[in-house]
Design a protein around this ligand. Structure first.
Ligand code: R1T
Ligand code: MG
Length: 550
């Protein structure tokens, strides 16, 4: 019998999803049977629901949609931090909650995973703040509600929530008819706006395009690339949204971060007479704490949730078709200068064989190590600040989470992205403190035979926090783990992984060489660095924070 559960799974396949993440529970087991029986889908069970949500997020950033299944209450609340991160950064994740039988919910029975008050809507309500749409599925409303919610996911590229009582999943349904779809038509307001943008470009002497993370949420990288290639307009990104544009292009001027940018880039952007912000959010940690020097008088900003023209908010726009239409604008190719960007790549050969690694030499070595087509993932500690100013190579996918900034996110996210795109070598840079939050997922990485290269930066604690406040306070210390031994403990063997601990430039370069030449195993490289050493960019940010808070 074709059921509502099958209907939902077929719709997920239509979104390009081939793996589903999560943790079983007695309220979702029968639904999981449907996943096991579905030839287009594979179940990837996680160590816990938070990790499942992070992994789904990483998968969705690369595949453009992901799904996770948790059980009612205990499972979904653990996943909620991850879902909130997906919401904040526009990552399309479908969260499916297996909930008690409809009859049990209707009669308010005192069952497990409830707060003991007979109320079954608490958790659904909590999720309303962190999802673009929620639905409580019934035998009657299920197909229509599933389609409504999934269409909202396509329109907003934000997570959505489906509460699926076990008996509803088992109820009969007909196969889907018609296709899911986002907002693909230009509105008349969009047409007017496009004309306004066209004339603004005709008048502008020093225009700049800033490409943001929302473009990646919609898979619009190619559209924006086309616009820049055609017009040669100077283009930048924030570190939130890094990787959206090919950073080897002549017209890519470097990553902008307010007062922390290269001075030539900062001046160029701040003095632009027209700034076109595409899917950009100017959050504190990516603007050197709001130190951007341009004014909204010069800004046209197109976002998923609204458009602002020189500070005036305008309504009724459809982001996706609007961005696609930009490439067709009649804009005279840019003839002006670009700011100098200094050296855009490093070939690191090591200064002295036995030189101990520093943050500086480590990031130089990393820069030289990255190759076109890699997927780079940087955790919200010194790792993010190390990668942010680098120029990425062609075809690089970059994943970070600087807006939501939940530490531990990147480890499962890197694995999820690797599952979504096994052909790209995934390279994760993560701190010891962050890894301790989600390290259990190493078991899943080894079981699934994933082959990322993981750099675990061991600097004996929360260095990024030490830079901000409490350098010597013990709250910034963490237990010292035997990091190199973790893959062994989590079930790996020499066919599945290779582990190193490196202290010197020579050791790092040797481990990198080995890792690059062997795409068949997971590489686990523990990098020993000084407690207080930090990338220059972070040291400057730490000073800015201190100044603001004193
Ligand atoms: N808890 C969660 C879930 N997310 C956070 N961002 C924080 C706490 C605060 C926090 C940071 S950075 C950081 C913490 C605890 C320490 C990261 O340490 P690490 O991973 O060892 O990195 P490194 O030593 O290389 O800097 C805020 C600033 O985002
Ligand atoms: Mg650390």
């Amino acid at each position: 019998m074709y059921t509502i559960g099958d209907y939902l799974l077929d719709r997920l396949s239509e979104l390009g999803i081939t793996e589903i993440f999560g943790v079983p529970g007695d309220y979702n087991l029968q639904f999981l049977d449907k996943i096991m029986a579905n030839k287009n889908l594979k179940w990837v069970g996680n160590a816990n629901e938070l990790n499942a949500a992070y992994m789904a997020d990483g998968y969705a950033r690369t595949r453009k949609a992901a799904a996770l299944v948790t059980t009612f209450g205990v499972g979904e609340l653990s996943a909620m931090n991850g879902i909130a991160g997906s919401f904040a950064e526009n990552v399309p994740v479908v969260e499916i909650i297996g909930s008690p039988q409809s009859g049990v919910q209707d009669t308010r029975k005192l069952v497990h995973h409830t707060l003991g008050d007979g109320e079954f809507s608490h958790f659904e309500k909590m999720h309303q703040a962190v999802t673009a749409a929620t639905a409580h599925l019934t035998k009657e409303n299920a197909p229509a509600e599933i389609d409504r919610v999934l269409n909202t996911l396509l329109e907003t590229r934000k997570p959505v929530y489906l509460n699926l009582p076990i008996d509803v999943a088992e109820s009969p349904a007909s196969k889907p008819s018609g296709e899911l779809s986002g907002l693909t038509e230009l509105t008349s307001e969009d047409q007017n706006l496009l004309q306004e943008i066209e004339s603004a470009f005709l008048e502008a002497k020093q225009p700049v395009v800033m490409a943001g993370h929302e473009l990646a949420s919609f898979g619009l990288e190619k559209s924006i690339q086309k616009l820049i290639e055609k017009t040669q307009l100077p283009v930048t990104t924030l570190s939130l949204g890094k990787g959206v544009i090919d950073e080897t292009m002549l017209s890519f001027i470097g990553t902008y971060s307010g007062a922390l940018s290269e001075p030539s880039v900062q001046n160029f952007v701040d003095q632009a007479d027209l700034l076109l912000l595409l899917g950009v959010k100017l959050s504190d940690s990516v603007t050197g704490t709001f130190s951007q020097g341009f004014s909204e008088q010069n800004v046209i900003a197109l976002n998923v949730d609204g458009v602002s023209v020189y500070g005036k908010v305008t309504q009724n726009h459809h982001f996706e078709p609007l961005i696609k239409a930009l490439a067709d604008l009649e804009v005279t190719p840019y003839q002006g200068d670009y700011p100098s960007k200094g050296s855009t790549s490093t070939s690191f050969i090591g200064t002295d064989d036995d030189a101990t690694l520093t943050q500086k030499s480590y990031w130089q070595a990393m820069d030289a190590f990255f190759q076109p087509g890699d997927t780079l993932i940087a955790e919200q500690g010194t790792s993010f600040f190390g990668i942010a100013p680098l120029f990425l190579k062609t075809g690089t996918k970059f994943i970070g989470q600087p807006l939501w900034g939940s530490i531990g996110f990147t480890f499962p996210a890197a694995l999820g992205s690797q599952i979504a795109n096994p052909d790209s070598r995934h390279i994760l840079a993560i701190g010891d403190g962050s890894l301790q939050l989600t390290a259990q997922e190493l078991g899943v990485a080894l079981r699934e035979k994933l082959t990322p290269i993981i750099f675990v930066l061991n600097n004996d604690g929360y260095t990024v926090e030490r830079q901000i406040h409490g350098a010597e306070q013990s709250y910034n210390d963490i237990p010292m783990w035997h990091y190199k031994q973790l893959p062994d403990c989590f079930g790996g063997n020499s066919n599945a992984f290779q582990a190193y601990q490196v202290r010197t430039e020579k050791e790092l370069l040797a481990a990198m060489k080995e890792a690059r030449s062997d795409p068949s195993r997971l590489y686990w490289i523990e990098v020993m660095l000084e407690k207080m050493d930090a990338p220059e960019y972070l040291q400057k940010l730490g000073k800015l924070f201190t100044k603001q808070n004193s």
